[in-house]
Design a protein around this ligand. Structure first.
Ligand code: FES
Length: 226
């Protein structure tokens, strides 16, 4: 997949459940971009570049206050939906310049994930809720110190196949049916989001956790030999 084609797709960055409305900020990655994910008080998922426009401090150090994200350094506040700076504490009576805006990316939620689109062009149709089998349970997100292409190759070697038009790969790990979404986080770092028909807490789910760790070990071991 070329850099251009990969940047113009929806990236499965984080499970939706990690974002609490009007509460926390989650660090995310996609294609080498560092993201600040958060959910405004009205429940809308936000995906922003993880840099304050003022002095580039990471937004993930800040806090969410209702529908605003507040930078940790000088307390500048930015509005959900358009990223516009709405308040500068050092100049409380001065309207913030209109050109001071956080960089935002398109974000949608489907199949229990927050998906982010990085390109400036009009996004393609967003993923659907059946991007992974709808009655399957989310197992875990696995962090792998390898390129996403190497992760996809490792899954293909285990006979995982595409579930077009969904980006999910379907197969089995240690004979446990598995759906995998692979995120290209940055060079030599990929995330694998995993689902299975088994319910949480069951032996099969625990076995998938073990199998996933084994998969990661194999992929990372191969990295150290190339
Ligand atoms: S660096 Fe964010 S407000 Fe100054």
């Amino acid at each position: 997949m070329s850099a251009d084609s990969s940047i113009s797709t929806w990236h499965p960055v984080a499970p939706s459940a990690e974002l609490r409305a009007g509460a926390n900020i989650v660090a995310g990655f996609a294609e080498g971009r560092e993201l600040a994910l958060w959910r405004s008080a009205d429940g809308t998922a936000q995906a922003w570049e993880n840099r304050c426009p003022h002095r580039s401090v990471r937004f993930t150090l800040g806090q969410v206050v209702e529908n605003r994200l507040v930078c940790a350094y000088h307390g500048w506040q930015y509005a959900a939906g358009n990223g516009q700076c709405t308040h500068i504490p050092a100049h409380p009576d001065m309207p913030p310049p209109r050109n001071v805006c956080a960089k935002m990316f398109s974000a949608v939620e489907a199949a229990g994930m927050v998906w982010v689109y990085l390109a400036a062009a009009e996004p393609p149709p967003p993923p659907r809720d059946d991007a992974v089998p709808q009655d399957w349970s989310f197992c875990r997100t696995l962090t792998v110190r390898a390129n996403a292409a190497d992760v996809r190759d490792a899954l293909a070697a285990r006979d995982f196949t595409a579930n077009t038009p969904s980006p999910a790969l379907l197969g089995a790990l240690d004979r446990i049916d598995t759906a995998a979404l692979v995120l290209d986080a940055r060079p030599r770092l990929a995330f694998i989001h995993l689902w299975t028909p088994a319910a949480r807490g069951t032996d099969k789910m625990k076995a998938l956790h073990t199998a996933a760790r084994g998969l990661r070990g194999e992929i990372e071991a191969r990295q150290s030999t190339v």
